[in-house]
Design a protein around this ligand. Structure first.
Ligand code: PLP
Length: 399
């Protein structure tokens, strides 16, 4: 009788008791809006921003309603105008092209490599072709491109980089935290990311004017001086009257439950990586399966797992998905024609004009993905790897 896995791939851990107590305190006093403060009170949101700025080493931090909101605000605050072309990854999730569209701009997709990062040759070509001044770089599924090479290309061409760190909170490239290479870094605290407030996000930057514009955009009214992780008041003098209010603030309740989680983040990251590495070693040398190589300069945080079956046909990919699902292992296939669940492909974003990305299409056709929530034990990870190994092996042999 073959082994069956009974864990739940979408069940995250409960929130820490400290978060629950902090939430109850906020609910008892009732001051949920970030600017609703008693005398001398900084508020949970401002404190969280100070702490997240310190965590990333950024000068300024703004906490907002979602990661997607942070991305759109960063792009606008960096100076993108409606109609501008914005380069971005062809392999990413829907909130990224969505944020570009939200800022009134047009996504231009860049090919992915078989290391699941942006193809820098294609990036250079598309910078030359489009003369784009912005790149929204998505560290999709936690895979970090050679940031030294990417920044050299973008700096030379005068392209501003906004980093989508939804999957790299806590990660680094060559010792520099993810989100700190470009002009702004954006993070998500949606339930399936590295901190959980249901929905939420952060924007960090060292650029005082960008920070001031983002704060005004988020809906600070003239209360920007309450942003203790924001730039000094004089930076707002000019821009405060020329920046629209597009409300997207984080509230004190969500900030309260995030602060204890942020303190635990390094331990959580280590726990995710232990699970990732367990699956990685369980899948090593599996016929038909290619595990993604990780560069030495990358300090990853992997709360999900990806592998390639480069020689499988579409039928074999579907069969692998079905066979592992029958044994309790939920794989997401990025090659399907129509988006399912959280998967999506550049050609399913039909508000963007169709673009030809043959390399990305070929790679995604062989890409499988799964979550590794911290509710899984290391033994669970062994079982998952074993099931994939057996089923891929059967299909490869029948191949
Ligand atoms: C989750 C996610 C975001 C931001 O999502 P929100 O739900 O808006 O917080 C951005 N990029 C990627 C790749 C994501 O997975």
């Amino acid at each position: 009788m073959s082994q069956i896995f009974t864990g739940n791939f979408t069940q995250q851990e409960p929130l820490p008791e400290e978060s629950i107590e902090a939430a109850v305190r906020v609910m008892r006093h009732g001051r949920l809006h970030r600017y609703n403060l008693s005398d001398g009170e900084k508020g949970e949101t401002a404190l969280l921003e100070e702490e997240f700025a310190a965590f990333t080493g950024a000068k300024y931090c703004l906490a907002v309603a979602s990661g997607g909101y942070a991305l759109a605000a960063a792009l606008r605050a960096a100076g993108a105008q409606a109609g501008d072309a914005v380069l971005t990854n062809a392999f990413t999730l829907a909130p990224v092209p969505g944020a570009i569209a939200n800022a009134g701009c047009t996504p231009v997709f860049v090919e992915v490599t078989d290391k699941l990062v942006m193809d820098l040759d294609d990036l250079q070509m598309k910078i030359a072709q489009t003369k784009a001044r912005f790149l929204m770089l998505s560290h999709m599924r936690g895979h970090i491109v050679d940031m030294d090479a990417l920044m050299a290309i973008c700096d030379r061409a005068g392209v501003q980089v906004i980093e989508d760190c939804a999957h790299t909170m806590g990660a680094a490239w060559n010792g520099v935290p993810s989100g700190r290479h470009g002009v702004a870094g954006c993070y998500s605290t949606q339930t399936f990311k590295h901190l959980n407030s249901g929905e939420g996000g952060f924007l960090v930057t060292d650029d005082a004017e960008l920070a001031a514009r983002a704060i005004m955009l988020s809906g600070s009214y003239m209360l920007y001086e309450r942003h203790t992780a924001g730039p000094p008041a004089e930076v707002f003098e000019q821009i405060r009257l020329e920046t629209p209010n597009c409300s997207g603030r984080m509230d004190n309740l969500r900030a309260a439950i995030l602060r204890p989680q942020l303190r635990n983040l390094p331990d959580q990251c280590a726990a995710w990586n232990a699970r990732y590495q367990r699956v990685e070693s369980g899948l090593a040398n599996t016929p038909g399966v290619k595990v993604i190589e990780r560069p030495e300069a990358e300090s990853y945080v992997m709360s999900s797992f990806q592998f390639l079956c480069p020689d499988f046909t579409a039928e074999q990919m579907v069969a692998l998905q079905k066979r592992t699902a029958a044994r309790g292992v939920e794989l997401k296939w990025f090659g399907a024609d129509t988006p399912v669940g959280f998967t999506s492909r550049h050609d399913s974003w039909q508000y963007v004009s169709a673009q030809s990305l043959p390399q990305t299409d070929r790679i995604l056709a062989g890409l499988m993905d799964m979550r590794l929530p911290l509710t899984f034990s290391l033994q669970d990870c062994d079982v998952i790897a074993q099931i994939i190994r057996e089923e891929a092996g059967i299909l490869h042999q029948a191949g």
